[in-house]
Write a protein that binds this ligand. Sequence first.
Ligand code: HEC
Ligand code: HEC
Ligand code: HEC
Ligand code: HEC
Ligand code: HEC
Ligand code: HEC
Length: 424
Amino acid sequence: MNVVKGTLIAVLAALVAVGVSTTSYAFHSGGVAECEGCHSMHSPKAGGSFLLVGGDQSSTCLTCHQNAADTKASSYHISTDSSKLGAGLSPLQRTPGGDFGWLKKNYSATLGTVTYAEDGATHGHNIVAADFGYVVDPTNATAPGGTFPSAQLACNSCHDPHGQYRRLASGAIAKTGAPIKASGSYDNVSANEPTATEAVGVYRLLAGLGYSKGGATFTGVPAAKVPGSYNRTESATQTRTAYGNSTASGHVTWGSWCSTCHPAMHSTGNYVHPVDGTLGSTIAGLYGTYVKSGDMTGTAASSFLSLVPFAENTGDYTVLASHAKTDSSQLGGPVSGDTVMCLSCHRAHASGFLEMLRFDQGYEFTTVGSQYVGSDNPLVTGSRAPLQHRGRTNAEWTAAYYDRPATTFATYQRVLCNKCHAKD
Ligand code: HEC
Ligand code: HEC
Ligand code: HEC
Ligand code: HEC
Ligand code: HEC
Ligand code: HEC
């Protein structure tokens, strides 16, 4: 947090320094934050635009959303400083959207004539943030399945920096109608739900109806709620984001929202994996009983897996809030009307896996002999080992799985498509 000014901003910096949790202070509060947090009237960053405090839009956001002092997952941070990303190290943040630091993690492995190389750029959305070393995607000139130019991809391609979209007491999302009193994203209903006279922000300040960037125009905001403490290790308990499907005015499904920039990746009219389609009773049933490879003895009430979430077929934010917990009290699986969505398989920012997936799909095994498939797993040997561990240690695979011990999976766990399909 260099450049930023003002008393509130200084207080924020101090609170961050002593590690106060996410919900104890605010900046955006669901709407437009103090202008000076992002703009400077008389000393904006040289070479930038819009009087921003960073050299570009995304760098402005990262002046607060990344902190080089972090040593572990920390409140609203969604990026890890390059100094913490050396060989063998992994990004620190564990948010639902994911840590953009994964984009800087290239992996490689060689044994004899077998070599493997993986460019970190394939781990997510390559936002351009020059002050922080994030550069345009080297291969995708546009969004796959769409025309959005990669060179323009920034935080404010997806988030409205001025947070103008708001959810009203009627359930509708609009840009006016009542003042915004608070975030709206969190499970604390008393603070995060609208009243007759006040609105709350939309989920994560996401872009809504009419917001237009790079030739793509959004048609609405998707529904969800997160626990107030959402950036945390899942080594012992899971962080449940409750994704929803609202039909109230100004809302879209998660698939439609992502398809603003990726229209051809949506299943409507395209021969691709179903998106926004209902699970049906068979797949909902499999999800409920699947524990791990070879173990279908689970019960639906405790079957939720944050690595494979689904969208609940409800637009009732108080219901979603009641499920958005970290204490294992809300691990119910899906019912037949719930849907598979883009975020069932992908994260929104970045992940430790190819294509920003929530789980690895690059080798048939996730674990071998009760350990991840790391280069230090004594059972991952042989001439093809580089293609199996792909240059990561067990510790690095553990980080990509948000610190879950390998023993939460089967001794020989297969890919997590099986959470819904149980082909293993
Ligand atoms: C969270 C960061 C952030 C905050 C807080 C913020 N802005 Fe901005 N603002 C931006 C960004 C990023 C852009 C560039 C938008 C673009 O690239 O299209 C921008 C652009 C603008 C523009 C020019 C383009 C436009 O949309 O009209 C104006 C005017 C503006 N901001 C006014 C304000 C005012 C007034 C406030 C305080 C009430 C404010 N901003 C608070 C980030 C912010
Ligand atoms: C001056 C520091 C600062 C800057 C600059 C900043 N943020 Fe934030 N941001 C915060 C803080 C603090 C929080 C958590 C409290 C809150 O939401 O008000 C937060 C929370 C958020 C959230 C979650 C909000 C919610 O209600 O769910 C999003 C999304 C976000 N920021 C996006 C952005 C984007 C995009 C930019 C740049 C256009 C930006 N931020 C710039 C400090 C900042
Ligand atoms: C504002 C436009 C925009 C939106 C909205 C958007 N994307 Fe993207 N996406 C892009 C662009 C541009 C690229 C190509 C650049 C890159 O790969 O970094 C891309 C790339 C991707 C990739 C390939 C990443 C890789 O590592 O190769 C995936 C997967 C993806 N998006 C999924 C999603 C999902 C899921 C959502 C909804 C949560 C979404 N996108 C929303 C613009 C967008
Ligand atoms: C391609 C669209 C896209 C881009 C680009 C993007 N975000 Fe997000 N962001 C999202 C979505 C969608 C979520 C909600 C993820 C969820 O709950 O699963 C989110 C969540 C967040 C959160 C809440 C914590 C989390 O990770 O879940 C913050 C803070 C945030 N974004 C800030 C930023 C900042 C800062 C940038 C730029 C450095 C950025 N985002 C770029 C789509 C995007
Ligand atoms: C059932 C899981 C699943 C769902 C649902 C899903 N994807 Fe994917 N996606 C994948 C996998 C796996 C890949 C890796 C490449 C492949 O197998 O096609 C991928 C690849 C991609 C790519 C990269 C394509 C390329 O050419 O580089 C984009 C972009 C993408 N997905 C976007 C989306 C969007 C947007 C949605 C929702 C509309 C979505 N995906 C829904 C699993 C899924
Ligand atoms: C959240 C649950 C979920 C996850 C995770 C999931 N799927 Fe699916 N999949 C579905 C649903 C729902 C259908 C539609 C089933 C139906 O219509 O009977 C489907 C259908 C399919 C089909 C048949 C498509 C057709 O046209 O008949 C294939 C193949 C498939 N999935 C592969 C995968 C793979 C590979 C993965 C992992 C990358 C995956 N799925 C992950 C829910 C899921």
